[in-house]
Design a protein around this ligand. Sequence first.
Ligand SMILES: [Zn+2]
Length: 203
Amino acid sequence: MNQTYIPTSEAISRLIQELNKLPGIGPKSAQRLAYYLLRATEEQTRLLAETILSVKQKISLCSICFNVTESDPCLICRSDRRDTAKICIVEPPQDILALEHTRIYNGLYHVLHGAISPTEGIGTEDIRIKELMKRLEDSRVDEVILATNTNLEGEQTAMYLKKLISPLGIKVTRLAQGLPFGTELEYADDVTLTRAIEGRQEF
Ligand SMILES: [Zn+2]
């Protein structure tokens, strides 16, 4: 918030501050949203507040793939129409949404909830790698698709996983073709993502 900003009320400036903490919401957008909410009916704002709260209360992590879910195991892990011999590894759970949207992939997923990043102090123990390895030992998987982001952390993580998984005799592929370096999966368009899945290469 710049210094010339004069808050009109404590409550409004608090709302602006909270909105400003959301990803992709700068101070200007936060102000716009706050004033939009002020104009909205009480019913509209209550619905929004309750929806946000209910997401926090109802959603937990799937005990198999660590996707966000209302029921454990999640719908994908429970489905009998998925190819259980393939596991696609993603960083955040919202990347599953992006990949599902393409309708091209029919296997299972595993959400790491982050990437290895020495600069941010995120090590191999801090993301769901242990759980992945346990999963691979316990089930018959013939391909692991590394769909971590194409930035430095994503590449480091992919490399580390490849070293761990290859000795198990499982084919490791990397979803990268068509995705420029630095791409976050959730922002890639359907066509690019479809091409990236179809053109995945042995890693
Ligand atoms: Zn699951």
